[in-house]
Design a protein around this ligand. Structure first.
Ligand SMILES: [Zn+2]
Length: 883
């Protein structure tokens, strides 16, 4: 660790009272004191996220003081009073600190005070951006703890994220003489999507699969088959469809030369790059030629081990060669599969070779994981001098907080016990759940000698002021809950990713405990508006976890009760029904998920996770279906109740709800004398009276949707006919799909339209579906199945209408035969006018998945974030009648 020196002195001075410092510090900017920023006149934005240190300083110094700060290309003459802040590697900076900057790590930077001249510069441009942020953190009290809405867009001045702090000052004070030197403890520090500059992150080590692009089979396969592995006596050149399926013949000196040349060429083109990947291909096809197998010493006897030895030896020879010209560079690779079979001490990797090992500290509460982690890391330690770690710090795929700082940060501090100096992580953050994790990690990677608990104190103090203690307790409670989980799993990395069982880690009791802490913090924050706002940011995100947890637990309780089947008529179902209705009532009382999702603050959750939140929502579909069956079956006269009436009072309680659904347990299709005309117009006399008329249910709240739907059902010897009269304000009707729905199976494009989806489950296994939208476009669950199905739609004075005809034999229905066929009918509607395009960016379309008939389903009726998704809840049974 090379960080050092006057910085320490500086910080001690700054913690003293301002009066005591009078002679050591000066006002850089304030009443009667002007400062200008002198940028490198040759400065040019190097990449899209290079703001330029001068622009960062100007923007935030102006925000912090309310004073104008000019950026100049040429220094003004020294007037004896103006402070000059120099940025970039311009001549004046190089004269003052250039020699020291050159000696630093590539990510190093300096802030140097020499009277009225202040130098804020990195060895390279990125360090210049970091130096500016560091300056603002130290001397203007600025903090960037979380996401900015668009941190990569420097032009939108004044943009600040919900967890950023830019305090207002009369004056900015700083030392008269001091030198601050910073360089990172971890060379590689990378995870997305983060405030790149204030977190000082840089993708530095390349380590992914690379050899197939250095030795492409389409280029060398024909001319140099000896570059490729000898397997079973034949050179194996992989097919062009899978060009990565080989490992090169590593004893071939020309292969060595190719790889070394590729590395040199890469560094020649990009001299600022610190690393080149020589990662093995994703393949088991190692060379077994005589020379490759002969390379290892005699005491290594297994063939796989001898192949691995040859491969490592190859890496070492590449490094030794490259060291002659580029001793400061690194060669990255994956710590992977077949390469870890070597016995201990068989070979040691050249220090320039840095393998990356995939591990997930989130699982280290599990003793088995700890043992496996230790064992793996130790094995690689014996092979490699230096190593990198590949973590999974999601974020994405989780709707519960995932905090395990005790393991993650301790590992970083200890360099994973093996001298690690590079970390790559998949993150896609949930800021509103895991807040401190990402910032703490960035700080520990920069300086692993720090105390994470002190950093956490700073985080809470800065963000929550008087409620710092309460919020620290809240985050500790979340961490304790994650780390105290007892769910069994065999999965090592990203356990519970995309798995709804993760909610069992945060059962309602745990959520209520954490929720109470948030409420206590909010009360403690009192009138401090900024602190209250930030507490609400975390509270409104955690509200989603809490709601999903309650719904999940209520549904699980109901499913448990449903294990006891309903009594058969003529026995009364009342006694059976009562506790189940009470359980359903508890579920309904959980409230609407839609409302909670809407309350999640912008950028607090990973977009993809939030869009897909229904994946984690457990709905009591099977239970509701069973109760409806029981009630409908017990109704006098069997299962043929009248259709719902549009004027009926919407059900308020679980009991009313089930009774109401029972009235639509059956959909009666009437025999037609003359086939319906499929033109989208429901004309007088063409169709029988509606088989259903009324309101479908909103999928999240189970509340009746305001808009009415009329369903006509009919049949003749050839077809089943369905017509939908969808009442809707004409101005809100929208459909983008015009011909075939080419959306993905699980997420058809048409479900963003005003559309009706019918999923049919004939007797026996399987189901098939057809969708029709307000344009009359058709989409199918299975395109082959769709043949022979016709549909049409048109807009009407009261909304839109659609007609479908489906050949009876497709759904296994035969006139006169007993019927056992279930239809799930869902309608997707827009409550609001079409979204206008905001700038270039199109607002996201609502998404939804297919609806499956409930009775034999897995308890999922629909997926997605479509606010207007409505459904029957239970698919009705279809009955064909003559009249
Ligand atoms: Zn070979």
């Amino acid at each position: 660790m090379l960080r050092h020196l006057c910085y320490v002195v500086t910080m001690i001075l700054l913690t003293l009272s301002p009066l005591a410092l009078a002679e050591e510090t000066q006002v850089l900017l304030g009443p009667g004191q002007d400062a200008v920023i002198v940028r490198d006149a040759a400065w040019k934005q190097s990449v899209w996220f290079d703001w330029g240190g001068h622009a960062i300083l100007q923007r935030f110094l102006q925000l912090a003081t309310g004073r104008q700060v000019r950026v100049l290309d040429r220094a003004p003459a020294d007037d004896g009073r103006t402070v000059r802040i120099w940025t970039g590697r311009q001549a004046a900076v190089n004269r003052a600190i250039g020699t020291e900057l050159d000696k630093l790590d590539d990510d190093g930077y300096m802030i140097a005070f020499r009277g009225r001249d202040v130098y804020v510069a990195g060895k390279y441009w990125w360090g210049g951006n970091w130096a500016a942020h560091d300056f603002l953190e130290r001397f203007a009290g600025c903090r960037w703890y979380g996401p900015e809405p668009d941190f990569w867009k420097p032009k939108e001045a004044g943009m600040l994220g919900p967890l950023d702090i830019i305090p207002r000052h009369d004056a900015i004070r700083a030392p008269v003489q001091a030198t601050i030197v910073e360089q990172p403890g971890y060379k590689m520090r990378w995870y997305r999507f983060m405030p790149l500059h204030s977190f000082r992150l840089r993708y530095r080590d390349k380590f992914h699969h690379a050899l197939s692009s250095i030795i492409p089979p389409d280029r060398y396969g024909a001319t140099n088959p000896d570059f490729f592995p000898l397997i079973g006596g034949k050179r194996h050149v992989p097919p062009l469809s899978a060009p990565y399926q080989f490992q090169p013949c590593v004893s071939n000196p020309q292969v060595l030369r190719l790889v070394v040349e590729a590395a040199r060429e890469s560094f020649r083109k990009n001299p600022q790059e610190g690393s080149f990947s020589i990662g093995m291909n994703d393949s088991d096809a190692f060379c077994e030629c005589e020379r490759c197998l002969a390379a290892a010493p005699a005491n290594i006897t297994g063939k796989r081990q001898r192949q691995a030895w040859a491969f490592f030896d190859f890496y070492n020879r590449v490094a030794a060669e490259l060291e002659k010209t580029h001793p400061d560079k690194r060669l990255g690779c994956l710590a992977y599969a077949g390469l870890s079979v070597l016995p201990d001490g068989a070979i040691k990797l050249h220090p320039m070779v840095v393998p990356y090992l995939t591990r997930d500290s989130a699982q280290l509460f599990d003793p088995n994981e700890q043992a496996e982690f230790r064992q793996l890391v130790d094995r690689w330690k014996r092979l490699a001098v230096r190593m990198g770690i590949y973590e999974y710090i999601y974020g994405r795929g989780f709707v519960v907080p995932r905090l395990y700082n005790r393991y993650l940060l301790a590992n970083v501090r200890d360099r994973y016990g093996v001298g690690v100096d590079g970390l790559y992580a998949e993150s896609y953050p949930n800021w509103g759940l895991d807040g401190p994790k990402y910032w703490l990690l960035s700080r520990m990677l920069w300086d692993p000698s720090q105390d994470p608990s002190g950093l956490m104190d700073q985080y809470c103090r800065d963000l929550f002021g008087p409620a710092a203690g309460e919020m620290k307790a809240y985050f500790e409670c979340l961490e304790e809950t994650w780390c105290g989980q007892t769910l069994a799993s065999t999965r090592s990395n990203y356990r519970w990713f995309l798995d709804a069982r993760q909610l069992e880690i945060f059962p309602p009791a745990a959520c209520e405990k954490a929720w109470a802490m948030l409420e206590a913090a909010r009360a403690k924050a009192g009138g401090e508006a900024a602190a209250v706002k930030r507490i609400e940011y975390f509270r409104d995100t955690f509200a989603l976890t809490r709601a999903l947890s309650r719904r999940s637990a209520a549904t699980a309780a109901m499913d448990e009760l449903m294990k006891q089947p309903a009594p058969k008529p003529p026995d009364s179902t009342d006694t059976w029904l009562a506790p189940r209705l009470a359980a359903l009532q508890a579920y309904l009382d959980c409230g609407s998920l839609e409302t909670v999702v809407k309350g999640v603050p912008a950028v607090a959750m990973d977009d993809a996770t939030l869009a897909d939140v229904a994946r984690y929502d457990r709905q009591p579909v099977d239970a509701v279906a069973a109760m409806v069956e029981a009630v409908a079956g017990a109704a006098p006269g069997g299962a043929a109740p009248s259709p719902g009436s549009p004027d009926a009072k919407p059900p308020q309680t679980a009991k009313e709800f089930i009774a109401h659904l029972a009235t639509r347990a059956v959909l009666r299709a009437v025999r037609l004398a003359k086939p319906a005309t499929i033109d989208g117009a429901i004309t007088a006399g063409e169709w029988p009276a509606p088989a259903f008329a009324g309101q479908l249910y909103r999928i999240y709240s189970l509340a009746p949707h305001e808009q009415q739907t009329f369903i006509h059902a009919a049949w003749d010897d050839a077809n089943l006919y369905l017509a939908f009269d969808c009442r809707q304000d004409a101005g809100t009707i929208q459909a983008a799909v015009r011909d075939a729905d080419r959306g993905e199976w699980r997420q058809p494009a048409m479900l963003g339209d005003d559309c009706v989806a019918v999923t049919i489950r004939p007797s026996g296994a399987g189901s098939a579906g057809v969708r029709i939208n307000a344009n009359g476009a058709l989409g199918f669950h299975n395109n082959a199945w769709g043949e022979g199905i016709r549909g049409a739609a048109r807009h009407s004075a009261t909304g839109w209408q659609a007609e479908l005809s489906i050949p009876l034999k497709k759904i296994g229905l035969r006139p006169g035969q007993p019927i056992d066929c279930t239809l799930a009918i869902a309608r997707f509607a827009h409550d609001e006018p079409p979204p206008r395009k905001a700038g270039k960016q199109e607002l996201p379309r609502p998404r939804a998945y297919m609806i499956l008939p409930a009775p034999q389903g897995k308890g999922v009726i629909g997926h997605g974030n479509h606010p207007g998704l409505m459904t029957f809840i239970t698919g009705p049974r279809l009955v064909l009648v003559d009249r």
